[in-house]
Write a protein that binds this ligand. Sequence first.
Ligand SMILES: [Zn+2]
Length: 406
Amino acid sequence: MAESSVRKTYKEQLKPTPSQERERERERVLWRCRTLYNTALEQRIFLYRQRGISVTRYQQEAELKALRADLPDFASIHSHVLQDLLARLDKTYQAFFRRVQAGEKPGFPRFQGSNRYHSFTYKEYGNGARLENGYLVLSKIGRVTVRWSRPLEGTPKTVTISHEADGWYVSCSCAEVPTQPLPETGRETGVDVGLKVFLVTAEGDVVASPRHYRTAEKQLAKAQKRLSRRKQGSRRRKKAVALCAKNHQHVRRQRCDFHHKTALALVRQYDVIYHEAIQPANLSRRPAPMPDGNGGHLPNGAARKAGLNKSLHDAGWGRFLSILTFKAACAGKRVEAVNPAYTSQDCSGCGERIQKSLSVRTHVCTNCGLVLDRDENAARNIQWRGQRLRGVLALAGAMNREPVGL
Ligand SMILES: [Zn+2]
């Protein structure tokens, strides 16, 4: 097999010394970064409203030099860190306009409160941030101990420092991390997101849905309620905020862990995994209201769809797929997306289209008599579709011409 590599991010907790804790230098950098981010956003908004000028990221970057000459607070921060935050702002702008063009209704780039802005990035490893004998060395901040949980591989490219509910972390993005191929099994499958379960394979194997969020939701609601009763700026409110953040972090970690384990199991078992291409905007869009002609509305499945959306959201299907794709790339396996149209309607036995609403959980074919769980039927269709697509491509390749339609 050809030598191949992937890009990978290693995230490890930092262990500042008591004196570093007291100096709070990282907090200061974060605070200044946030201030500059908000100022840069304000500048963009102001110039656009007043003079119709769209400021670019490079124009803002060019101003950094003067800013650093005037304000020692910013001179003490590595220039790459400042450039990176302007790039971040630019990214949110790009995303905003892209979504406007796509006909969505995105929120305008927002000012960042202290609870929303929690990281800064050195965009070039070795320039302001590097590792030395297992320590992280940051320019103008100093040497920080890292709690390594695994060895770093590949070539470090960027370094991000983040503040989370339980402390500080360093994320090192490395290129050319060698992959570790897993043995081939000669098996392929399709996977579909289930309504009541997390996923179903074409063989009918079921991975149950994690209910972390629902359970934790109650705790979160309680913490949130407590938070709302606390007086602004009080010490007790601060405590409540910290508790809320901790709960959120806990949920996130559990979900991430579940995704990694599930993905690894699939990648071990199969060489190729097919799934439906997802369109997140469509999934989460509310069904259009259906007027009944008497001023009221007919049921349009909104309530049920809200439930489905919630499940999809809970399960974090998109995030799971990106983890699965990454794990597969590391293991020398493949993950492929197929066209999602009618995967749950078509019969995986004979291809006949059997219309069914979302509430019909079993596929019953009136043509060939196949009776199968709805999600399993869809997973099989996804697999057939992916394999047929590859067949067509292979054939076209052999005949040296473009594939015609599908
Ligand atoms: Zn059939």
